[in-house]
Design a protein around this ligand. Structure first.
Ligand code: FES
Length: 69
């Protein structure tokens, strides 16, 4: 996942991935441009959509980075 990329490369994004991918936070919220969003390999599941509803500045091309594999 994108969360794994951040963790495995010690990328310093303060607070990113607080729940370690268990879908209980929205700190891994990402906003893609439309072309990149359309090219993502999977769609958001219901659980991801529920958590995205809590994300700051939610938009049509939002996803949770821990759920993008
Ligand atoms: Fe918490 Fe993605 S890391 S929902």
């Amino acid at each position: 996942s994108i969360l794994d990329v951040v963790v495995n490369n010690s990328i310093d994004l303060d607070g990113f991935g607080a729940c370690e991918g268990t879908l209980t936070c929205s700190t891994c919220h990402l906003i893609f441009n439309q072309a990149d969003f359309d090219a993502l390999p999977s769609k958001a599941c219901d659980e991801e959509l529920d958590m995205l509803d809590l994300a700051y500045d939610l938009c049509e091309t939002s996803r949770l980075g821990c759920q993008i594999i």
